[in-house]
Design a protein around this ligand. Sequence first.
Ligand code: FAD
Length: 478
Amino acid sequence: MHKEGGRRSGTGPAERSWWFEEALAAEGNVPDAPALHGRIEADIAIVGGGYTGLWTALSVRERDPGRSVVLIEASRCGAEASGKNGGKAHGYWTMLPGVAATLGDAGALAVARAGSRAQEGLRAFATAQGRDLWWREPGSIKVAASAAQELKIPPYLSTAERLGVPDSVSLLSAGEMQARCRSPVFRKALLFREGATVHPGRLARALRQEAMRVGVQLFEATPMQGLDAGAPNRIRTPQGEIIARQVVLATNTQLAARREIAPHVSVFSSYALITDAAPDQLGAVWPGDEGLSDLRMFVHYFRKTPDGRVLMGSGSGPIAFAGRDGALAMRFDRASAARAEAGLRRLLPGLDALGVASVWGGPIDIAADRLPFFRTLPGTTIHYGCGYSGHGVNPTYIGGQCLASLALGIKDDWTALPFCTRDLPRLPPEPFRYVGGNAIRWGILASEVAEEAERRPSPAARALAALPKLLGMRIGTR
Ligand SMILES: Cc1cc2nc3c(=O)[nH]c(=O)nc-3n(C[C@H](O)[C@H](O)[C@H](O)COP(=O)(O)OP(=O)(O)OC[C@H]3O[C@@H](n4cnc5c(N)ncnc54)[C@H](O)[C@@H]3O)c2cc1C
Protein backbone atom coordinates (compact mmCIF):
# COMPACT_ATOMS: atom_id res chain seq x y z
CA MET A 1 0.00 0.00 0.00
CA HIS A 2 1.23 3.57 -0.66
CA LYS A 3 0.02 7.12 -0.14
CA GLU A 4 -0.83 9.40 -3.05
CA GLY A 5 -1.38 13.03 -2.19
CA GLY A 6 -2.13 12.04 1.43
CA ARG A 7 -4.69 9.30 0.65
CA ARG A 8 -4.23 5.53 0.87
CA SER A 9 -3.99 3.84 -2.49
CA GLY A 10 -2.77 0.63 -4.15
CA THR A 11 -4.05 -1.55 -1.30
CA GLY A 12 -3.45 -5.30 -1.88
CA PRO A 13 -6.37 -7.75 -1.76
CA ALA A 14 -7.45 -8.96 1.70
CA GLU A 15 -8.55 -12.49 2.61
CA ARG A 16 -11.92 -11.35 3.95
CA SER A 17 -14.16 -8.55 2.74
CA TRP A 18 -14.81 -5.36 4.63
CA TRP A 19 -18.54 -6.25 4.54
CA PHE A 20 -17.99 -9.59 6.24
CA GLU A 21 -15.83 -8.10 8.99
CA GLU A 22 -18.36 -5.33 9.58
CA ALA A 23 -21.26 -7.78 9.65
CA LEU A 24 -19.53 -10.02 12.19
CA ALA A 25 -18.84 -7.02 14.42
CA ALA A 26 -22.40 -5.67 14.05
CA GLU A 27 -23.69 -9.09 15.05
CA GLY A 28 -21.54 -9.03 18.19
CA ASN A 29 -18.97 -11.60 16.98
CA VAL A 30 -21.23 -14.52 17.86
CA PRO A 31 -19.57 -17.94 18.09
CA ASP A 32 -19.55 -20.14 14.99
CA ALA A 33 -21.93 -23.07 14.78
CA PRO A 34 -20.24 -26.34 15.81
CA ALA A 35 -18.51 -28.64 13.33
CA LEU A 36 -20.25 -31.94 12.62
CA HIS A 37 -19.02 -34.90 14.69
CA GLY A 38 -20.60 -38.30 14.09
CA ARG A 39 -23.51 -39.50 11.99
CA ILE A 40 -26.81 -37.67 11.53
CA GLU A 41 -29.87 -38.16 9.39
CA ALA A 42 -32.07 -35.54 7.77
CA ASP A 43 -34.76 -35.29 5.13
CA ILE A 44 -32.79 -32.66 3.24
CA ALA A 45 -29.06 -31.89 3.49
CA ILE A 46 -27.78 -28.62 2.05
CA VAL A 47 -24.10 -28.07 1.31
CA GLY A 48 -22.96 -24.42 1.33
CA GLY A 49 -23.92 -21.54 3.62
CA GLY A 50 -24.12 -18.64 1.18
CA TYR A 51 -27.33 -17.04 -0.04
CA THR A 52 -28.30 -20.03 -2.22
CA GLY A 53 -28.03 -22.61 0.55
CA LEU A 54 -29.60 -20.38 3.19
CA TRP A 55 -32.57 -19.26 1.02
CA THR A 56 -33.15 -22.93 0.11
CA ALA A 57 -33.15 -23.93 3.77
CA LEU A 58 -35.58 -21.14 4.70
CA SER A 59 -37.89 -21.93 1.80
CA VAL A 60 -38.05 -25.64 2.68
CA ARG A 61 -38.81 -24.94 6.32
CA GLU A 62 -41.43 -22.35 5.43
CA ARG A 63 -43.22 -24.60 2.97
CA ASP A 64 -42.94 -27.81 4.98
CA PRO A 65 -41.93 -27.29 8.62
CA GLY A 66 -42.11 -31.05 9.11
CA ARG A 67 -39.00 -31.70 6.99
CA SER A 68 -35.72 -31.85 8.85
CA VAL A 69 -32.98 -29.76 7.24
CA VAL A 70 -29.23 -29.91 7.89
CA LEU A 71 -26.88 -27.33 6.38
CA ILE A 72 -23.10 -27.70 6.35
CA GLU A 73 -20.69 -24.90 5.52
CA ALA A 74 -16.96 -25.43 4.85
CA SER A 75 -15.92 -22.25 6.68
CA ARG A 76 -18.37 -19.64 8.02
CA CYS A 77 -21.73 -18.69 6.54
CA GLY A 78 -21.34 -15.63 4.31
CA ALA A 79 -17.54 -15.75 4.12
CA GLU A 80 -17.44 -16.27 0.35
CA ALA A 81 -19.25 -14.51 -2.52
CA SER A 82 -22.36 -13.82 -0.44
CA GLY A 83 -20.31 -11.70 1.95
CA LYS A 84 -18.02 -10.19 -0.69
CA ASN A 85 -20.29 -8.80 -3.37
CA GLY A 86 -21.26 -5.26 -4.29
CA GLY A 87 -24.69 -5.58 -2.70
CA LYS A 88 -26.45 -4.39 -5.85
CA ALA A 89 -29.77 -6.20 -5.94
CA HIS A 90 -32.01 -6.35 -8.98
CA GLY A 91 -33.52 -8.99 -11.21
CA TYR A 92 -33.44 -9.16 -15.00
CA TRP A 93 -35.13 -5.98 -16.29
CA THR A 94 -31.64 -4.49 -16.58
CA MET A 95 -30.56 -7.30 -18.92
CA LEU A 96 -33.57 -7.68 -21.21
CA PRO A 97 -31.79 -7.45 -24.60
CA GLY A 98 -29.32 -10.23 -23.77
CA VAL A 99 -31.87 -12.40 -21.96
CA ALA A 100 -34.40 -12.05 -24.80
CA ALA A 101 -31.71 -13.09 -27.30
CA THR A 102 -31.08 -16.21 -25.22
CA LEU A 103 -34.56 -17.19 -24.02
CA GLY A 104 -36.88 -15.45 -26.47
CA ASP A 105 -39.29 -12.68 -25.51
CA ALA A 106 -41.64 -14.86 -23.41
CA GLY A 107 -38.75 -16.46 -21.53
CA ALA A 108 -37.18 -13.07 -20.87
CA LEU A 109 -40.42 -11.71 -19.43
CA ALA A 110 -40.86 -14.84 -17.28
CA VAL A 111 -37.41 -14.52 -15.68
CA ALA A 112 -37.75 -10.74 -15.29
CA ARG A 113 -41.06 -11.24 -13.45
CA ALA A 114 -39.45 -13.93 -11.29
CA GLY A 115 -36.72 -11.41 -10.46
CA SER A 116 -39.37 -8.96 -9.31
CA ARG A 117 -40.88 -11.64 -7.05
CA ALA A 118 -37.39 -12.21 -5.68
CA GLN A 119 -36.99 -8.49 -5.09
CA GLU A 120 -40.22 -8.53 -3.05
CA GLY A 121 -38.92 -11.46 -1.02
CA LEU A 122 -35.59 -9.73 -0.41
CA ARG A 123 -37.28 -6.47 0.56
CA ALA A 124 -39.59 -8.22 3.02
CA PHE A 125 -36.65 -10.00 4.62
CA ALA A 126 -34.27 -7.03 4.64
CA THR A 127 -36.76 -4.55 6.09
CA ALA A 128 -38.38 -6.84 8.67
CA GLN A 129 -38.54 -5.35 12.12
CA GLY A 130 -35.31 -5.60 14.07
CA ARG A 131 -33.08 -5.93 10.97
CA ASP A 132 -30.71 -3.27 9.71
CA LEU A 133 -29.36 -4.55 6.41
CA TRP A 134 -28.83 -1.10 4.81
CA TRP A 135 -31.60 -1.74 2.26
CA ARG A 136 -32.18 1.24 -0.10
CA GLU A 137 -34.40 0.89 -3.14
CA PRO A 138 -34.22 3.86 -5.50
CA GLY A 139 -33.72 1.90 -8.78
CA SER A 140 -30.49 1.22 -10.61
CA ILE A 141 -28.52 2.94 -13.34
CA LYS A 142 -26.35 1.85 -16.25
CA VAL A 143 -24.27 4.81 -17.35
CA ALA A 144 -22.24 5.27 -20.53
CA ALA A 145 -18.71 6.32 -19.59
CA SER A 146 -17.30 6.53 -23.14
CA ALA A 147 -18.62 7.15 -26.64
CA ALA A 148 -18.43 3.41 -27.39
CA GLN A 149 -20.53 2.61 -24.33
CA GLU A 150 -23.16 5.17 -25.37
CA LEU A 151 -23.83 3.11 -28.51
CA LYS A 152 -25.06 0.27 -26.27
CA ILE A 153 -27.98 2.27 -24.86
CA PRO A 154 -30.68 2.13 -27.60
CA PRO A 155 -31.29 -1.67 -27.55
CA TYR A 156 -32.32 -1.51 -23.87
CA LEU A 157 -35.03 1.02 -24.71
CA SER A 158 -36.21 -0.67 -27.90
CA THR A 159 -36.34 -4.13 -26.27
CA ALA A 160 -38.40 -2.84 -23.34
CA GLU A 161 -40.74 -1.15 -25.83
CA ARG A 162 -41.06 -4.29 -27.97
CA LEU A 163 -41.79 -6.50 -24.96
CA GLY A 164 -44.52 -4.12 -23.77
CA VAL A 165 -42.66 -3.03 -20.62
CA PRO A 166 -41.48 0.50 -21.51
CA ASP A 167 -41.92 1.64 -17.89
CA SER A 168 -39.16 -0.70 -16.68
CA VAL A 169 -36.49 1.70 -17.95
CA SER A 170 -36.08 5.36 -18.90
CA LEU A 171 -33.35 7.34 -20.60
CA LEU A 172 -31.43 9.91 -18.57
CA SER A 173 -29.80 12.77 -20.46
CA ALA A 174 -26.19 13.57 -19.57
CA GLY A 175 -27.48 16.52 -17.52
CA GLU A 176 -29.97 14.36 -15.59
CA MET A 177 -27.21 11.85 -14.90
CA GLN A 178 -24.84 14.57 -13.65
CA ALA A 179 -27.54 15.74 -11.22
CA ARG A 180 -27.47 12.27 -9.63
CA CYS A 181 -23.71 11.70 -9.73
CA ARG A 182 -21.11 14.14 -11.02
CA SER A 183 -18.38 12.82 -13.29
CA PRO A 184 -16.57 14.30 -16.28
CA VAL A 185 -16.86 10.98 -18.12
CA PHE A 186 -20.56 10.27 -17.59
CA ARG A 187 -22.79 10.64 -20.64
CA LYS A 188 -26.33 9.38 -21.14
CA ALA A 189 -27.66 6.67 -18.86
CA LEU A 190 -30.46 4.17 -18.34
CA LEU A 191 -32.53 4.36 -15.15
CA PHE A 192 -34.20 1.05 -14.28
CA ARG A 193 -37.17 1.20 -11.95
CA GLU A 194 -36.12 -1.99 -10.14
CA GLY A 195 -32.95 -1.91 -8.09
CA ALA A 196 -31.75 -1.78 -4.50
CA THR A 197 -28.55 -1.78 -2.54
CA VAL A 198 -28.03 -3.88 0.55
CA HIS A 199 -25.22 -4.72 2.99
CA PRO A 200 -24.28 -8.12 1.56
CA GLY A 201 -22.49 -9.38 4.66
CA ARG A 202 -25.30 -8.44 7.01
CA LEU A 203 -27.79 -10.06 4.61
CA ALA A 204 -25.86 -13.34 4.69
CA ARG A 205 -25.52 -13.30 8.46
CA ALA A 206 -29.21 -12.43 8.96
CA LEU A 207 -30.18 -15.37 6.72
CA ARG A 208 -27.93 -17.62 8.82
CA GLN A 209 -29.55 -16.38 12.02
CA GLU A 210 -33.05 -16.87 10.59
CA ALA A 211 -32.20 -20.38 9.38
CA MET A 212 -31.18 -21.37 12.90
CA ARG A 213 -34.28 -19.71 14.35
CA VAL A 214 -36.60 -21.78 12.15
CA GLY A 215 -34.91 -25.03 13.10
CA VAL A 216 -32.27 -25.66 10.44
CA GLN A 217 -29.42 -27.69 11.98
CA LEU A 218 -26.29 -25.77 11.04
CA PHE A 219 -22.68 -26.98 11.11
CA GLU A 220 -19.80 -24.67 10.20
CA ALA A 221 -16.14 -25.60 9.58
CA THR A 222 -17.62 -28.73 8.01
CA PRO A 223 -16.57 -29.26 4.38
CA MET A 224 -18.21 -31.97 2.32
CA GLN A 225 -15.37 -34.32 1.36
CA GLY A 226 -17.34 -36.90 -0.55
CA LEU A 227 -20.87 -37.59 -1.73
CA ASP A 228 -22.25 -41.05 -2.39
CA ALA A 229 -25.44 -40.88 -4.41
CA GLY A 230 -28.08 -43.41 -3.36
CA ALA A 231 -31.38 -43.85 -1.62
CA PRO A 232 -30.58 -42.32 0.77
CA ASN A 233 -27.49 -40.26 -0.15
CA ARG A 234 -24.41 -40.09 2.05
CA ILE A 235 -22.30 -36.94 2.56
CA ARG A 236 -18.86 -37.49 4.05
CA THR A 237 -17.22 -34.80 6.20
CA PRO A 238 -13.88 -34.85 8.11
CA GLN A 239 -15.42 -36.16 11.32
CA GLY A 240 -18.86 -37.34 10.39
CA GLU A 241 -21.47 -38.19 7.80
CA ILE A 242 -24.98 -37.11 6.86
CA ILE A 243 -27.57 -39.52 5.56
CA ALA A 244 -30.25 -37.67 3.61
CA ARG A 245 -32.96 -38.55 1.11
CA GLN A 246 -32.46 -35.24 -0.74
CA VAL A 247 -29.22 -33.26 -1.14
CA VAL A 248 -28.82 -29.69 -2.38
CA LEU A 249 -25.38 -28.57 -3.54
CA ALA A 250 -25.12 -24.80 -3.06
CA THR A 251 -21.35 -24.53 -3.30
CA ASN A 252 -21.23 -21.90 -6.07
CA THR A 253 -17.95 -21.90 -8.03
CA GLN A 254 -16.95 -25.28 -6.55
CA LEU A 255 -19.64 -26.82 -8.74
CA ALA A 256 -17.79 -25.75 -11.89
CA ALA A 257 -15.21 -28.50 -11.33
CA ARG A 258 -17.87 -31.27 -11.33
CA ARG A 259 -17.85 -33.44 -14.44
CA GLU A 260 -21.59 -32.98 -15.16
CA ILE A 261 -21.56 -29.21 -14.70
CA ALA A 262 -18.12 -28.24 -16.07
CA PRO A 263 -19.22 -28.01 -19.75
CA HIS A 264 -21.67 -25.24 -18.87
CA VAL A 265 -19.76 -22.99 -16.44
CA SER A 266 -16.39 -21.30 -16.31
CA VAL A 267 -14.88 -19.46 -13.37
CA PHE A 268 -13.65 -15.88 -13.56
CA SER A 269 -13.15 -13.47 -10.69
CA SER A 270 -14.35 -10.08 -9.55
CA TYR A 271 -12.60 -7.52 -7.36
CA ALA A 272 -14.10 -4.78 -5.19
CA LEU A 273 -12.84 -2.02 -2.93
CA ILE A 274 -14.45 0.12 -0.30
CA THR A 275 -13.29 3.62 0.55
CA ASP A 276 -13.00 5.38 3.87
CA ALA A 277 -16.18 7.09 5.04
CA ALA A 278 -16.58 10.71 3.93
CA PRO A 279 -20.31 11.48 3.96
CA ASP A 280 -19.99 15.23 3.30
CA GLN A 281 -17.64 14.91 0.32
CA LEU A 282 -19.74 12.08 -1.05
CA GLY A 283 -23.02 13.98 -0.74
CA ALA A 284 -21.57 16.89 -2.73
CA VAL A 285 -20.45 14.70 -5.65
CA TRP A 286 -23.05 11.95 -5.57
CA PRO A 287 -26.43 13.08 -4.19
CA GLY A 288 -28.38 10.18 -5.81
CA ASP A 289 -28.79 6.82 -4.08
CA GLU A 290 -29.02 4.42 -7.04
CA GLY A 291 -26.53 1.60 -7.52
CA LEU A 292 -24.56 2.18 -10.73
CA SER A 293 -22.65 0.27 -13.34
CA ASP A 294 -20.99 1.37 -16.54
CA LEU A 295 -21.61 -0.31 -19.90
CA ARG A 296 -18.28 -2.10 -20.26
CA MET A 297 -18.32 -5.86 -20.71
CA PHE A 298 -15.78 -6.06 -17.86
CA VAL A 299 -18.15 -3.93 -15.90
CA HIS A 300 -17.44 -1.43 -13.14
CA TYR A 301 -20.20 -1.69 -10.51
CA PHE A 302 -20.45 0.96 -7.81
CA ARG A 303 -22.70 2.19 -5.05
CA LYS A 304 -22.72 4.24 -1.88
CA THR A 305 -23.17 3.05 1.67
CA PRO A 306 -25.37 4.77 4.24
CA ASP A 307 -22.25 5.62 6.30
CA GLY A 308 -20.72 7.57 3.40
CA ARG A 309 -18.37 5.16 1.60
CA VAL A 310 -18.07 4.16 -2.02
CA LEU A 311 -17.87 0.56 -3.13
CA MET A 312 -16.25 0.19 -6.54
CA GLY A 313 -15.94 -3.21 -8.23
CA SER A 314 -14.36 -4.44 -11.42
CA GLY A 315 -15.60 -7.68 -12.96
CA SER A 316 -12.31 -8.11 -14.81
CA GLY A 317 -10.46 -10.70 -12.71
CA PRO A 318 -8.56 -13.67 -14.19
CA ILE A 319 -10.09 -16.90 -15.48
CA ALA A 320 -9.52 -20.21 -13.65
CA PHE A 321 -8.24 -23.31 -15.44
CA ALA A 322 -10.88 -26.09 -15.52
CA GLY A 323 -13.09 -24.29 -13.01
CA ARG A 324 -10.49 -24.59 -10.22
CA ASP A 325 -11.71 -21.76 -8.05
CA GLY A 326 -8.98 -22.18 -5.42
CA ALA A 327 -6.25 -20.56 -7.58
CA LEU A 328 -4.60 -17.63 -5.80
CA ALA A 329 -5.41 -15.33 -8.75
CA MET A 330 -9.12 -15.69 -7.91
CA ARG A 331 -8.60 -13.84 -4.62
CA PHE A 332 -5.23 -12.09 -4.60
CA ASP A 333 -4.62 -10.63 -8.07
CA ARG A 334 -3.12 -7.18 -7.55
CA ALA A 335 -3.70 -6.13 -11.18
CA SER A 336 -7.45 -6.73 -10.84
CA ALA A 337 -7.55 -4.89 -7.51
CA ALA A 338 -5.70 -2.02 -9.22
CA ARG A 339 -8.34 -1.97 -12.00
CA ALA A 340 -11.07 -1.47 -9.39
CA GLU A 341 -9.13 1.49 -8.01
CA ALA A 342 -8.41 2.87 -11.49
CA GLY A 343 -12.17 2.72 -12.07
CA LEU A 344 -12.81 4.71 -8.91
CA ARG A 345 -10.29 7.39 -9.87
CA ARG A 346 -11.49 7.69 -13.49
CA LEU A 347 -15.23 7.52 -12.88
CA LEU A 348 -15.36 9.61 -9.70
CA PRO A 349 -12.40 12.03 -9.77
CA GLY A 350 -14.36 14.42 -7.55
CA LEU A 351 -13.73 11.92 -4.75
CA ASP A 352 -10.02 11.66 -5.42
CA ALA A 353 -9.11 12.49 -1.84
CA LEU A 354 -10.87 9.36 -0.56
CA GLY A 355 -8.56 6.62 0.70
CA VAL A 356 -9.15 2.92 0.03
CA ALA A 357 -10.06 1.15 3.26
CA SER A 358 -9.99 -2.40 1.88
CA VAL A 359 -9.88 -4.44 -1.36
CA TRP A 360 -10.82 -8.07 -1.89
CA GLY A 361 -11.61 -10.49 -4.69
CA GLY A 362 -13.52 -13.68 -5.24
CA PRO A 363 -14.40 -16.22 -7.92
CA ILE A 364 -17.63 -15.93 -9.92
CA ASP A 365 -19.38 -18.67 -11.86
CA ILE A 366 -20.03 -17.64 -15.46
CA ALA A 367 -22.58 -19.79 -17.29
CA ALA A 368 -22.24 -20.25 -21.05
CA ASP A 369 -25.37 -18.10 -21.54
CA ARG A 370 -24.80 -15.94 -18.43
CA LEU A 371 -27.92 -17.21 -16.68
CA PRO A 372 -28.15 -19.43 -13.60
CA PHE A 373 -29.52 -22.96 -13.68
CA PHE A 374 -31.12 -25.13 -11.03
CA ARG A 375 -31.22 -28.85 -11.77
CA THR A 376 -31.11 -32.42 -10.47
CA LEU A 377 -28.17 -34.67 -11.33
CA PRO A 378 -29.64 -37.35 -13.62
CA GLY A 379 -30.81 -40.50 -11.85
CA THR A 380 -30.27 -39.03 -8.36
CA THR A 381 -31.96 -36.95 -5.68
CA ILE A 382 -29.04 -34.50 -5.69
CA HIS A 383 -29.99 -30.98 -6.77
CA TYR A 384 -27.71 -28.04 -7.49
CA GLY A 385 -27.74 -24.41 -8.54
CA CYS A 386 -25.07 -22.16 -10.03
CA GLY A 387 -24.18 -19.99 -13.04
CA TYR A 388 -25.18 -16.63 -11.54
CA SER A 389 -22.53 -14.99 -13.68
CA GLY A 390 -21.63 -12.21 -11.24
CA HIS A 391 -25.28 -11.37 -10.62
CA GLY A 392 -26.54 -13.37 -7.67
CA VAL A 393 -27.90 -11.16 -4.91
CA ASN A 394 -31.43 -11.22 -6.29
CA PRO A 395 -31.21 -14.48 -8.32
CA THR A 396 -30.07 -16.57 -5.35
CA TYR A 397 -33.52 -15.96 -3.86
CA ILE A 398 -34.96 -17.50 -7.05
CA GLY A 399 -32.39 -20.29 -6.69
CA GLY A 400 -33.57 -20.94 -3.14
CA GLN A 401 -37.20 -21.29 -4.27
CA CYS A 402 -36.33 -23.50 -7.27
CA LEU A 403 -34.04 -25.77 -5.24
CA ALA A 404 -36.58 -26.06 -2.40
CA SER A 405 -39.23 -27.09 -4.95
CA LEU A 406 -36.87 -29.68 -6.47
CA ALA A 407 -35.94 -31.08 -3.05
CA LEU A 408 -39.59 -31.23 -1.99
CA GLY A 409 -40.60 -32.86 -5.30
CA ILE A 410 -42.97 -30.01 -6.14
CA LYS A 411 -43.62 -28.78 -9.69
CA ASP A 412 -44.61 -25.13 -9.55
CA ASP A 413 -44.08 -21.68 -11.09
CA TRP A 414 -40.45 -21.74 -9.93
CA THR A 415 -39.53 -25.06 -11.53
CA ALA A 416 -41.33 -24.02 -14.76
CA LEU A 417 -38.86 -21.14 -15.21
CA PRO A 418 -36.24 -21.36 -17.96
CA PHE A 419 -33.68 -21.51 -15.12
CA CYS A 420 -34.85 -25.10 -14.53
CA THR A 421 -35.89 -26.13 -18.02
CA ARG A 422 -33.81 -24.59 -20.84
CA ASP A 423 -31.22 -26.51 -22.81
CA LEU A 424 -27.83 -25.49 -21.44
CA PRO A 425 -25.27 -24.35 -24.00
CA ARG A 426 -21.74 -25.70 -23.68
CA LEU A 427 -18.39 -23.96 -23.50
CA PRO A 428 -15.29 -25.21 -25.33
CA PRO A 429 -13.39 -27.92 -23.42
CA GLU A 430 -10.05 -27.36 -21.67
CA PRO A 431 -7.35 -26.38 -22.51
CA PHE A 432 -9.02 -24.41 -25.35
CA ARG A 433 -11.36 -22.68 -22.91
CA TYR A 434 -8.53 -21.37 -20.74
CA VAL A 435 -6.21 -20.38 -23.58
CA GLY A 436 -9.00 -18.89 -25.71
CA GLY A 437 -10.63 -17.23 -22.69
CA ASN A 438 -7.36 -15.54 -21.74
CA ALA A 439 -6.76 -14.27 -25.26
CA ILE A 440 -10.29 -12.90 -25.56
CA ARG A 441 -10.06 -11.37 -22.09
CA TRP A 442 -6.89 -9.56 -23.14
CA GLY A 443 -8.59 -8.31 -26.34
CA ILE A 444 -11.64 -7.01 -24.49
CA LEU A 445 -9.64 -5.38 -21.69
CA ALA A 446 -7.36 -3.65 -24.21
CA SER A 447 -10.35 -2.53 -26.31
CA GLU A 448 -12.24 -1.14 -23.34
CA VAL A 449 -9.22 0.75 -22.02
CA ALA A 450 -8.66 2.28 -25.47
CA GLU A 451 -12.33 3.20 -25.78
CA GLU A 452 -12.28 4.91 -22.39
CA ALA A 453 -9.40 7.04 -23.66
CA GLU A 454 -11.53 7.69 -26.81
CA ARG A 455 -8.86 5.90 -28.90
CA ARG A 456 -9.46 3.22 -31.53
CA PRO A 457 -8.43 -0.20 -30.14
CA SER A 458 -5.55 -1.97 -31.92
CA PRO A 459 -6.51 -4.39 -34.72
CA ALA A 460 -5.34 -7.37 -32.61
CA ALA A 461 -7.45 -6.31 -29.63
CA ARG A 462 -10.48 -5.72 -31.84
CA ALA A 463 -10.11 -9.07 -33.58
CA LEU A 464 -9.87 -11.01 -30.31
CA ALA A 465 -12.70 -9.06 -28.69
CA ALA A 466 -14.94 -9.81 -31.67
CA LEU A 467 -14.32 -13.59 -31.55
CA PRO A 468 -17.10 -14.64 -29.11
CA LYS A 469 -19.80 -13.00 -31.24
CA LEU A 470 -18.39 -14.54 -34.42
CA LEU A 471 -18.46 -17.96 -32.74
CA GLY A 472 -22.09 -17.45 -31.67
CA MET A 473 -21.19 -17.44 -27.97
CA ARG A 474 -23.16 -15.58 -25.31
CA ILE A 475 -20.23 -14.86 -22.99
CA GLY A 476 -17.50 -12.42 -23.80
CA THR A 477 -19.82 -10.51 -26.13
CA ARG A 478 -19.77 -6.75 -25.88
C1 FAD B 1 -16.43 -9.50 -5.66
C2 FAD B 1 -17.83 -9.92 -6.05
C3 FAD B 1 -18.78 -8.93 -6.31
C4 FAD B 1 -20.09 -9.28 -6.66
N1 FAD B 1 -21.03 -8.30 -6.79
C5 FAD B 1 -22.34 -8.62 -7.02
C6 FAD B 1 -23.35 -7.61 -7.02
O1 FAD B 1 -23.12 -6.43 -6.76
N2 FAD B 1 -24.63 -8.00 -7.31
C7 FAD B 1 -24.94 -9.30 -7.55
O2 FAD B 1 -26.12 -9.58 -7.82
N3 FAD B 1 -24.02 -10.29 -7.46
C8 FAD B 1 -22.74 -9.98 -7.20
N4 FAD B 1 -21.79 -10.99 -7.08
C9 FAD B 1 -22.22 -12.41 -7.23
C10 FAD B 1 -22.89 -12.94 -5.95
O3 FAD B 1 -22.16 -12.55 -4.83
C11 FAD B 1 -22.98 -14.47 -6.01
O4 FAD B 1 -23.60 -14.86 -7.23
C12 FAD B 1 -23.76 -15.08 -4.86
O5 FAD B 1 -23.31 -14.60 -3.62
C13 FAD B 1 -23.67 -16.60 -4.90
O6 FAD B 1 -24.20 -17.13 -3.70
P1 FAD B 1 -23.96 -18.64 -3.35
O7 FAD B 1 -24.63 -18.92 -2.07
O8 FAD B 1 -24.37 -19.48 -4.52
O9 FAD B 1 -22.38 -18.79 -3.24
P2 FAD B 1 -21.38 -18.47 -1.99
O10 FAD B 1 -21.75 -17.26 -1.27
O11 FAD B 1 -20.01 -18.57 -2.56
O12 FAD B 1 -21.66 -19.69 -1.02
C14 FAD B 1 -21.19 -20.99 -1.28
C15 FAD B 1 -20.73 -21.54 0.05
O13 FAD B 1 -20.42 -22.91 -0.12
C16 FAD B 1 -19.33 -23.20 0.73
N5 FAD B 1 -18.70 -24.43 0.24
C17 FAD B 1 -17.98 -24.59 -0.90
N6 FAD B 1 -17.56 -25.86 -1.00
C18 FAD B 1 -18.04 -26.52 0.09
C19 FAD B 1 -17.94 -27.86 0.56
N7 FAD B 1 -17.25 -28.80 -0.13
N8 FAD B 1 -18.55 -28.19 1.71
C20 FAD B 1 -19.26 -27.26 2.42
N9 FAD B 1 -19.37 -25.97 2.01
C21 FAD B 1 -18.78 -25.61 0.87
C22 FAD B 1 -18.44 -21.98 0.64
O14 FAD B 1 -17.57 -21.89 1.75
C23 FAD B 1 -19.47 -20.86 0.57
O15 FAD B 1 -19.74 -20.28 1.82
C24 FAD B 1 -20.46 -10.67 -6.77
C25 FAD B 1 -19.49 -11.66 -6.51
C26 FAD B 1 -18.19 -11.30 -6.15
C27 FAD B 1 -17.18 -12.38 -5.85
